[in-house]
Design a protein around this ligand. Structure first.
Ligand SMILES: [Zn+2]
Ligand SMILES: [Zn+2]
Length: 242
């Protein structure tokens, strides 16, 4: 963490010397902003209709609650996984910079997108006892230097006054999921997570946090572990949905 604090100090010093610029197009922006108005306007908000369980948007008009085909044919262990934005274009680029190019300061922007998910009525009406980030495998975390879900969960914890606890650990170094189809992802993730020693989630209402929701397989697998250990409910929020 020390390295981040240093880099943040550096960042603060830099922003005094140079005016703030848009993360994407480098146009000047107001202090404290990460995107210019033009880039902001390109961000895609997820609007109804979408799957009640995994938030997959649906093209067409449906006015009643529904589950998408993917959720109807598999066991989902979370109550609902919510994202307010599509993880495409600018949103994808910003999250990529944050995660892979160590642009740690972008966690504030990504954190805003995550907070927007909490306005969704599936989460808005819930109370949570703890916030739990989706863990990275220790080897991956060493390689990246941080876990993006940790940073987002900590911010949300401060904002929502709900304690953040790293209760899960990733015990399998899974290969990247991107090239796998849905059933391969499920197989790849099976038994990838475990509850940390002495973690007690009995009777707790959990809010699980990750940066991006893709198929929901990772969140579902984490939810399965938490529920098997006695969690009352597991909802999930992410900054974006692929
Ligand atoms: Zn811009
Ligand atoms: Zn679904």
């Amino acid at each position: 963490m020390i390295a981040f604090q240093k880099s943040e100090l550096f960042q603060a010093a830099v922003s005094l010397l140079y005016p703030a610029t848009c993360t994407i197009c480098r146009k000047h922006v107001r202090a404290g902003e990460y995107l210019c108005d033009d880039c902001k306007a390109k961000i895609i908000r997820i609007v109804p209709p979408f799957c009640d369980t995994c938030s997959e948007p649906f093209e067409g008009s449906i006015s009643t609650a529904f589950s998408c085909a993917n959720c109807a044919y598999r066991t989902i262990h979370f109550e609902a996984a919510v994202a307010a934005y599509r993880g495409r274009g600018i949103v994808r680029d910003v999250i990529h910079e944050f995660k892979y190019n160590r642009q740690i300061h972008l966690r504030h922007l990504v954190g805003r997108w995550l907070r927007a998910a909490l306005d969704d009525e599936r989460l808005h009406e819930c109370e949570f006892d703890i916030i739990v980030p989706v863990p990275l495998h220790p080897a991956r975390q060493r390689e990246r230097g941080f876990n993006q879900a940790d940073l987002l969960a900590e911010q949300l914890s401060t904002h929502a006054s709900v304690p953040c606890r790293r209760l899960l650990k990733r015990i399998r170094y899974t290969t990247t999921q991107t090239a796998l189809d849905r059933s391969e992802r499920m197989e790849n993730l099976h038994n990838a997570f475990r509850l940390r020693k002495n973690a007690d989630v009995r009777g707790l209402r959990v809010l699980l946090i990750d940066d991006v929701l893709t198929t929901g397989s990772t969140l579902s697998e984490c939810a399965r572990v938490l529920k098997r250990a006695g969690a009352t409910s597991v909802h999930a929020a992410t900054a974006a949905r692929a």
